[in-house]
Design a protein around this ligand. Structure first.
Ligand SMILES: *Cc1c(COP(=O)(O)O)cnc(C)c1O
Length: 413
């Protein structure tokens, strides 16, 4: 019971943070999950079921549900779509615009759309999508068509940023079409990995038939999660953080992250070698590309930075901006001003080193450079070996090892 209580307290705190329209004595509707992925599966299922019920009542077919999102969606939406058989209709990106365009999204909405999913804090560049504009356009479209297509906000990262740094920004339950929101406790919720939350606007937005009531644990326990049992440590840690830090505490942490983001961004701008593709208003991260990546590209910078102990991923943008490559640094709570300056310094060292090297070094050149102390031939051979061959080799060695041990110990394992 302790567990349910703690979980419900967290749900209530987060629902208030997201401006859920609750009466004083009313408790919020939501659940703790393993992360935003599970939260999104549950929210998606609720939308699918609501849409099916409505269509059935109207005597209309229910075999082609779809979700409209930007091509920048996190992979868990593709998982939801494939596992639960919903078509994902993606609004394409374009160079210089890396989030879902609300106009285009609303154009793609049809009678089979179970929801439009907006992202508060795109994984790729941290940018907040314009949920208010989306809401307004969709209200109009719903009026014209008689549909009532709702919105889900994937606030995995931004859900613990926007309420503290941009309280005036309307992206949450203040907008009437926003019916559910997910957030990751293990991102800016400041809890270790394994916790996420999904909150519904009202009881009516979570179809009752998806909730299971069990009584064999001593009291009525409603459950709506993909898994049944789960550890309570993350829920307790989330509750601890919420009450230990409070609104002020979270705001201080987020402000600090934002300040360090600015230090890093300005340091990178000073090199005059990068275009910044993240926004000042968004998740505190810096996403940047080289102004000129003809001689050397972002992947080489990422590779060389590892030598200094930095893991800065480089990746290409989704369609239709796949020709753009970016590097991304997400600012964590424990990142500091000094670390930001050191990172800029190390990036400058890497740039300097690349400038002295011939264009686009191949892995052979790197090996010849003595980076890993192996002769170039060995390195080239290794890279030719397919993953399958490597797996087979490891399996063979493992088998030998286990057989030898079994013989020695004379046990069955
Ligand atoms: C991280 C992230 C997810 C997935 O969240 P998990 O908590 O890792 O399951 C989904 N959407 C967005 C926008 C994210 O940034």
């Amino acid at each position: 019971m302790m567990y349910m209580n703690t979980q419900n307290r967290c749900v209530n705190i987060i629902a208030h943070l997201f401006n859920a329209p609750l009466e004083d004595s009313e408790s919020a509707v939501g659940v703790g999950t393993v992360g935003s992925s599970e939260a999104i599966m549950l929210a998606g299922l609720a939308f699918k079921r609501k849409w099916q019920n409505k269509r059935r009542a109207e005597g209309k077919p229910i075999d082609n549900p779809n979700i409209v999102t930007g091509a920048n969606v996190q992979v868990c939406w593709e998982k939801f779509a494939r596992y639960f058989e919903v078509e994902l209709k993606e609004v394409k990106l374009r160079e210089g615009y890396y989030v879902m365009d609300p106009e285009k999204a609303v154009e793609m909405v049809d009678e089979n759309t179970i929801c439009v999913a907006a992202i508060l804090g795109s994984t790729l560049n941290g940018e907040f999508e314009d949920v208010k504009r989306l809401n307004d356009l969709l209200v109009e479209k719903n009026k014209e068509t008689g549909w009532d297509t709702p919105i889900h906000v994937d606030a995995a990262s931004g859900g613990f940023i926007a309420p503290f740094l941009y309280p005036e920004l309307e992206w949450d339950f203040r907008l009437p079409l926003v019916k559910s929101i997910n957030v990751s406790g293990h991102k800016y919720g400041l809890v270790y990995a394994g916790i996420g939350w999904v909150i519904w606007r009202n009881k009516e937005d979570l179809p009752e038939e998806l909730i299971f009531h069990i009584n064999y644990l001593g009291a009525d326990q409603p459950t709506f999660t993909l898994n049944f049992s789960k550890g309570s440590s993350q829920v307790i840690a989330q509750y601890y953080q919420l009450i230990r830090l409070g609104f002020e505490g979270y705001r201080n942490v987020m402000e600090n992250c934002r300040e360090n983001m600015i230090v890093l961004k300005e340091g990178l701008e000073k090199t005059e070698r990068f275009n910044i593709v993240s926004k000042d208003e968004g998740v505190p991260l810096v996403a940047f590309s080289l102004r000129d990546n003809h001689r050397h590209d972002e992947f080489e910078i990422s590779d060389l930075l590892r030598r200094f102990g930095w893991i800065v991923p480089a990746y290409t943008m989704p369609p239709d901006a796949q020709h753009v490559t970016v590097l991304r640094v997400v600012i964590r709570e424990d990142f500091s001003h000094t670390l930001a300056e050191r990172l800029v310094n190390d990036i400058q060292k890497v740039l300097h080193e690349l400038d002295t090297l011939p264009s686009k070094l191949s892995s052979n050149v790197k090996a010849a450079d003595g980076e890993d102390g192996k002769p170039a031939e060995t390195r080239a051979l290794e890279s030719k070996k397919s993953d399958l061959e490597k797996t087979r080799e490891i399996t063979t060695i493992w088998r030998k090892f286990v057989t030898a041990r079994k013989q020695k110990m004379n046990v069955v394992c």
